[in-house]
Design a protein around this ligand. Structure first.
Ligand code: 3PG
Length: 398
């Protein structure tokens, strides 16, 4: 069901679950507003349809009680700027402020509720506690629109339970994300996947599934050192998940049996410390000195990865290739992003998944429209590609 199936929304109060979980710096300023921008079209179209729009979202992982640093107020301000009209802000989710704010809404107005996770019912593992919170939320609105693709893998009150309590539909962002990620399950070949990020343990499920689908798997980021260790290399003081080495060795064997090309870096930028000022040099991937840590793939590897990506018709990329937030270790990520841009221009389908990779491409100055799609989902897009059932999507089908 999409929004058009909900009929005439003029005068109706619509509760929209968006994913506005954006990174903030220590002064509370938003450092990447991609998720807010991605949420605007659905909110704007509901407002233009004359609905009274009540947006709800989470920020960070507060423990079920208010914490100033996790307030959504800065996000309400950004949303107002992007919509170009004032967004009302309720300082709670189901209390006096929320009820009063919703009562004051006129047709076309938009309000944002405070962080849902200030209420313990939102993330509770207890069905009854979550259900009670969803009941309270449902009293605020006539219909529910699920548009927070980044949270559809969470069985939480505002994602899952609420959809059982109100007439509901998927918003435009959820529709687009699902359509694009579905295309990746029937890829035009060759299909290349570049995976990075810190921990291989976060990516085990997706690697297992991608070994059955992809033609090439390019591995970089902090997780690569567990792969290098699985090949018998010393990795110095680099990030290493020793308990995953055996499993990763199994993936290398399986990839070979299936004819999947696992591409590992041939050189590494190795530094004396996790710092932009640390002494660093490019070393062969098999010869990282004992007192050094790898913080980026080296230039030869970046070229190798770029060649593979440019040869593909479908590319999915999740996770930075190095510690890109520090300039000396950003080149690998930049080269991979550039290769995706070139592949897009040559007609390939390219998808960037995940908060860190999305933030990386924007921080490095690439435009969103240089890629086929930048997903707003980190964990959600990975779980989708793992083939898992996502509670926030399956509940919409029920
Ligand atoms: C994300 O950042 O991936 C989503 O907003 C979900 O956040 P969570 O991992 O804290 O549930």
């Amino acid at each position: 069901r999409t929004i058009s199936d909900l009929g005439n929304l003029r005068g109706k109060t619509v509760l929209v679950r968006s994913d506005l979980n954006v990174p903030l710096d220590s002064s509370g300023a938003i450092t990447d507003d991609g998720r807010v921008r991605a949420s605007v079209p659905t909110i704007r179209s509901l407002s233009q349809a004359g609905a009274r729009v009540v947006v709800c979202a989470h920020l960070g992982r507060p423990k079920g009680a208010p914490e100033e640093k996790y307030s959504l107020r800065p996000v309400a301000d950004r949303l107002s700027e992007l919509l170009d009209f004032p967004v009302l802000f309720a300082t709670d989710t189901v209390g006096e402020s929320a009820n009063g704010t919703v009562d004051r809404l006129n047709d076309g107005d938009v309000a944002l509720l405070e962080n849902l996770r200030f209420n313990p019912g939102e993330t509770s593992k207890d069905d009854a506690e979550r259900g009670a919170f969803a009941d309270q939320l449902s009293h605020l609105a006539d219909v529910f629109v699920s548009d927070g693709f980044g949270v559809v893998h969470r069985k939480q009150a505002s994602v899952y339970d609420i959809a059982e309590r109100l007439p509901q539909a998927a918003g435009g962002l959820v529709e687009t994300e699902v359509a694009v990620l579905e295309r990746l399950t029937r890829p035009r070949r060759p299909y290349a996947v570049a995976l990075g990020g810190a921990k291989v343990s976060d990516k085990l499920g997706v690697i297992e599934n991608l070994l059955k689908q992809a033609d090439m798997l390019l591995i970089g980021g902090g997780m690569v050192f567990t792969f290098l260790a699985a090949q018998g290399y010393e990795v110095g003081t680099s990030l290493l998940e020793a308990d995953q080495v055996a499993r990763v060795r199994g993936y290398l064997v399986e990839a070979e049996n299936r004819g999947v090309d696992i591409v590992l870096p041939v050189d590494i930028v190795a530094a004396t410390a996790f710092s932009a000022d640390a002494e660093h040099e490019v070393v062969p991937a098999g010869a990282i000195p004992a007192d050094r840590m790898g913080l980026d793939i080296g230039p030869e590897s970046a070229q190798l990865f770029a060649r593979k990506i440019r040869s593909a018709k479908t590319v999915f990329w999740n996770g930075p290739m190095g510690a890109f937030e520090m300039a000396p270790y950003a080149d690998g990520t930049r080269e991979v992003a550039q290769a995706l841009v070139d592949a897009t221009a040559a007609g390939a389908t390219t998808v960037v998944g995940g908060g860190d990779s999305a933030a990386a491409v924007r921080q490095l100055g690439f435009a969103d429209d240089a890629f086929t799609h930048i997903s707003t989902g980190g964990g959600a897009s990975l779980e989708f590609l793992e083939g898992k059932t996502l509670p926030g999507l399956s509940v919409l089908d029920d």
